[in-house]
Design a protein around this ligand. Structure first.
Ligand SMILES: *[C@@H]1O[C@H](CO)[C@@H](O)[C@H](O)[C@H]1NC(C)=O
Ligand SMILES: *[C@@H]1O[C@H](CO)[C@@H](O)[C@H](O)[C@H]1NC(C)=O
Ligand SMILES: *[C@@H]1O[C@H](CO)[C@@H](O)[C@H](O)[C@H]1NC(C)=O
Ligand SMILES: *[C@@H]1O[C@H](CO)[C@@H](O)[C@H](O)[C@H]1NC(C)=O
Length: 495
C-alpha cells in the first residue's frame, strides 16, 4: 500500500518547491516600509565558509541603539531571490551562547519590493547608547554555480560563488570585513577591489592559504552592496534534495518506531560534456579520483536501528550495506548509477527501532508520553546535502492526542490530521511539519512530541481485529449453515 502511494507521489512530481509557503507565514508590510534607523553596526565581521556545497555564513556584529528610546527590533535585509534560499537562520548573543536563540521571523513587503527582512527581536530592549554583540548564522542553498557548466567525466570541477563584499545591513555600518574559508588553494578567479576602498589601503582581498579577506571597510550606508565573486575547485557533488518526506510511525502495541524516508535528489554539479562512459567510470574505480558524481550515501542511524531497506523506482537496490551492532548502525547506500551533474535519483529507505529508545512515559502521568526523534536524518556527506523542502510526519497510534511539540529547526507550517490505514477505526493522529531550506548539518536537531495515549486505546486495535475476525467467523458460520441446510433439505427430498 505504502509503495503504491510513494510511487504515485513520485510520478506526479511532488518535488516542486512551494514558494507560497514562505509567503504564507509572513507579515506583509507596505512596500514603502523602511526599518526605523534605531541601530548602528559599530563593528561587523562576517565569515563565509565554503568548505561544503552550501555556504554557511556567520555575521558577528556589535550593534548600538542610537535612538533615545529603548529598542528591541533589529532588521536584517536580503534580496527576495536570496531570502528564498536561506535556511537555518539563528541569532544568538555572541557573549552568552548558552542563552536561547532570539525570536526571528520573516517580514515580507508588498509586491514590487526587491528586499525582504528577517526581524530579530531582542529578549530585552537595548537602552540608548547600549551595545550588544549578535551572532547571526545561516546557510544559503543553490548558491554555487559550476563554471564551466559542462566538464568531462574525470575533470576537476570549478564553482563560482557570487556575494557582496559588504555584509547585508539595514543600518549604517562603521567598520566591517568579510572572511572566506575556501576548501582549497586552487582559486583561479577572485574579484579584486580597488585598494582605496580598504581602510588599510591594502590589496583587496588579502589572501592567506585558504582564507581570503575582503576589507576592512570604513563607514557604509544601509543597504550598501559591492558584488564580488570567487571561483575555486570543488570536485564534489552538489547534492540537492528537491523534497524529502519522512514518516515516523509509533506503535505502542508493537513496541516499535518505524522510520521511512522518501528522497528526490538531484546533483547541481557540472553536466557531462559527452555521454556517460561506463568504461571510463570502471577504470576510474581503481585510482578513485575526486568526482562531482554522487556515488555513495552514508546514513549514521541511531544505535539499535534494524531491518533497513532501500528501494528505488525500479525495485530493491542490492548495492547497499547495513552494519548494526551495539556500537553503531551505519547504512551505506549506493545509488543504482553514479549521479552526475543534472541527473535525478529518487528512492525510499527505512528502518525500525525499539520504541523504548525514543519514548518515555511522564512520571506520575501514566497516560502521557514524550517522543524524541531527529527532525531530519537522511545521508550525512562530507561535502554536505541540502534540501529545499522537508516534510516530517509523526504518526501516533489511534486514540493518541498531541499536547505539545517543539524543534529548533525553523518550520514553515505545522498541522495535525488523522491518518487512516487498513484496520484503523478513527484514524491515527498525525503531526505534519514542513521545513524549507534544511541541510544535513541539522541532523542532530531533535523533534520532541508530547502526547496522551489512554491505556484503553491500546486495546482498540486488537479489539477491532478480534471484532473483524468474529464478523468473518460468524458470516462463514451462517453461510456454512445455509449450505448445509439447503443440502439437507435436498437430501430430505431425495430420500
Ligand atoms: C501563490 O499565491 C498566489 C496568491 O495567493 C496565487 O495567485 C498563486 O497561484 C499561488 N502559487 C502557487 C504555486 O500556489
Ligand atoms: C526486497 O527486499 C525485501 C527484504 O529484503 C524482500 O522482502 C522483498 O521481497 C524484496 N522485493 C523484491 C521485489 O525483490
Ligand atoms: C530532474 O528533476 C527536476 C525537477 O525536480 C526536473 O526539472 C528535471 O527535468 C529533471 N531532470 C532529469 C534529467 O530528469
Ligand atoms: C504551528 O502553527 C501555528 C499557526 O498555524 C503557529 O501559531 C505555531 O506557532 C506553530 N507552532 C510551532 C511550534 O511552530
Amino acid at each position: 500500500m505504502r509503495l503504491i502511494h510513494w510511487a504515485v507521489a513520485g510520478f506526479l512530481g511532488l518535488a516542486a518547491a512551494d514558494s507560497n509557503l514562505t509567503h504564507g507565514s509572513k507579515n506583509i508590510l507596505p512596500s514603502t516600509f523602511k526599518p526605523p534607523q534605531h541601530f548602528r553596526n559599530t563593528n561587523l565581521v562576517r565569515n563565509i565558509n565554503l568548505e561544503k556545497s552550501y555556504p554557511r555564513e556567520t555575521i558577528n556584529v556589535v550593534i548600538e541603539n542610537v535612538d533615545k528610546q529603548p529598542q528591541s527590533e533589529y532588521y536584517l535585509p536580503f534580496e527576495q531571490d536570496v531570502i528564498s534560499r536561506i535556511g537555518g537562520l539563528e541569532v544568538k548573543d555572541k557573549k552568552d551562547a548558552a542563552k536561547p536563540a532570539f525570536d526571528v521571523e520573516i517580514v515580507a513587503l508588498d509586491q514590487g519590493s526587491e528586499t525582504e527582512y528577517y526581524k530579530i527581536t531582542l529578549p530585552t530592549p537595548l537602552a540608548n547608547k547600549e551595545q550588544l554583540t549578535l551572532s547571526i548564522t545561516y546557510f544559503v542553498l543553490s548558491a554555487l554555480e559550476p563554471l564551466p557548466a559542462q566538464i568531462q567525466q574525470n575533470d576537476k570541477q570549478y564553482v563560482l560563488h557570487k556575494f557582496s563584499a559588504y555584509a547585508p545591513s539595514a543600518y549604517t555600518t562603521s567598520k566591517q570585513k568579510t572572511k572566506l574559508k575556501l576548501p582549497t588553494t586552487d582559486v583561479p578567479d577572485a574579484t579584486v577591489l580597488p585598494a582605496e576602498l580598504n581602510t588599510e589601503g591594502k590589496a583587496d582581498p588579502q589572501k592567506q592559504g585558504t582564507t581570503f579577506t575582503y576589507g576592512p571597510y570604513g563607514e557604509l550606508p544601509a543597504g550598501a552592496q559591492e558584488e564580488v565573486s570567487v571561483r575555486y575547485e570543488f570536485t564534489k557533488s552538489l547534492t540537492h534534495g528537491t523534497l524529502l518526506e519522512r514518516d515516523i510511525e509509533v506503535s505502542h502495541w508493537g513496541g516499535n518506531v518505524a522510520t521511512e524516508e522518501r528522497h528526490w535528489l538531484t546533483n547541481r554539479a557540472a553536466k557531462l560534456k559527452n555521454h556517460f562512459s561506463r568504461v571510463t567510470f570502471q577504470q576510474a574505480q581503481y585510482f578513485n579520483p575526486p568526482s562531482s558524481a554522487l556515488k555513495e550515501m552514508r546514513f549514521p542511524l541511531a544505535v539499535g536501528s534494524v531491518d533497513a531497506y532501500f528501494v528505488d523506482d525500479i525495485g530493491n537496490v542490492s548495492t547497499s550495506r547495513f552494519r548494526t551492532n551495539e556500537r553503531e548502525a551505519n547504512l551505506e547506500l549506493k545509488p543504482r548509477y553514479p549521479l552526475y551533474g543534472g541527473w535525478n535519483y529518487s528512492f525510499k529507505t527505512g528502518w525500525n527501532a525499539d520504541l523504548k529508545t525514543v519514548l518515555r512515559a511522564i512520571k506520575g502521568q501514566s497516560e502521557q508520553f514524550v517522543l524524541r526523534v531527529p527532525f531530519v536524518e537522511g545521508p550525512r556527506q562530507a561535502e554536505g546535502v541540502e534540501y529545499e523542502r522537508v516534510v516530517t510526519r509523526v504518526i501516533l497510534p489511534e486514540g493518541a492526542s498531541i499536547i505539545d511539540f517543539s524543534t529548533s529547526v525553523p518550520l514553515a507550517s505545522n498541522t495535525t490530521t488523522l491518518h487512516r490505514t487498513f484496520m484503523d477505526t478513527v484514524g491515527r493522529t498525525t503531526l505534519n511539519l514542513v521545513a524549507l531550506n534544511v541541510v544535513d548539518e541539522q541532523r542532530e536537531r531533535d523533534l520532541i512530541v508530547t502526547y496522551t495515549y489512554p491505556s484503553s486505546a491500546k486495546f482498540r486495535k486488537p479489539l477491532t481485529f478480534a471484532a473483524g475476525l468474529m464478523v468473518v467467523f460468524a458470516l462463514s458460520w451462517v453461510i456454512g449453515n445455509l449450505d448445509v441446510s439447503i443440502g439437507k433439505k435436498e437430501k430430505q427430498k431425495t430420500v
